[in-house]
Design a protein around this ligand. Sequence first.
Ligand code: PMT
Length: 408
Amino acid sequence: MEMDLQGKHILLGVTGSIAAYKSVLILRHLVQAGAQVTVVMTSSAQQFIAPLTFQILSHRPVFTSLFDPSDEIRHLTLAEQVDLILIAPATANIIGKIANGIADDLLTTLAVASSSPIVIAPAMDGDMWTHPVLQRNLSVLDGLGVHVVSPEEGPLASGKEGMGRLALESRIVAAVLSRLRKREDLKGETVLVTAGPTREPIDPVRHITNRSSGKMGYALARAAQGRGARVILISGPTHLPAPPKVERISVQSAEEMREAVLRCWSEVTVLMMAAAVADYRPRRRSDQKLKKDHEPLFLELEPTPDILSEVRSRRGHRILIGFAAETEDVLSRARSKLEQKGLDLIVANDVTQEGAGFDLDTNIVTIIDANGEAMALPKLSKAEVAERILDRIKELKSRLGTGSRPIH
Ligand code: PMT
């Protein structure tokens, strides 16, 4: 690992846990690996360990306050300068604050102001670790792309045994290295992601849609941006905020999504269609609200344009990834979609499984390649599923060489 972090600027956040003394060892590892490390401590952390220890070992000033007359916008300057924020140990308190956007000191303000990747290593008592509120906050952070280095089991400060001990320094430093290594591996690519549902209008107040929340597609967009790609996100209607540094185009219907994909096409090198595009739409859209008259109402539906099939004929060297949300014969249906649509990979989700599919923070998928080989993944956060899909894209690209440039 010697000097693997040369040229990297890491912000090490230390919070108020008995494990705060272990951050000294983490700091030493990071510095030995060549990183420039700026330490930010919360006021509770200073109850456990003095800033001077970190100052001497990092050879840099340690920041403890949001308010410094000599630097009015410290939180913004630091947030922009760093390649990664590592919070170790991370208490239940800081996890709750970041998950809920509370910025009431320097470290929390930095965490919500920065678009750099964040790695956190929780440390706390076992009962706090298993508390549903803490687990919910962790799943929020996970959904936002924060990497959580899970704690370990063993004797705790309370005298009890359980989960909650800070992970070993070697695991924490390895997580930092892997997050930073991935950061650039899609540099030069323009990744187009579609996400969310489409809405097919019936009349001015009604439409046909589905249960897609956009979470899977947004996780892909965030992950690809985090790995250095330029990302265009074509999104059906969702409540999700646009991920930082991603170019979002909002659309409503399948036709609008198709037009947006075709408009961007010349710039794209990788397409990931995670959107649940409606397969059918009303043949006619009524200009006026349909009136209720106690008679059955028949809607005539027509197929929507199939976006993947349409771009297939102009794919050039682009990589095409589709998704399949299925409720039966999942793998065989996914395989036939892969073939029909000429895809490099298809990501099949059995949406009847608990923890998979629509509107959840987790997914259970099988990634199938063009040779029909299937890789089944366990239940993972959508952020982690996105990383696994990007790893497969990376593999495909190295196999195809530099050929995956757009053909105009
Ligand atoms: O958004 P979330 O709540 O996080 O849920 C995620 C998800 C379940 C929506 C996602 O993981 C998923 O499976 N997306 C694809 C769902 C789907 O409807 O697949 P399909 O089997 O209908 O379509 C197969 C592929 O063709 C998809 O990549 C789809 O985007 C594409 N397609 C479909 C119809 C159409 N007219 N044009 C298309 O290009």
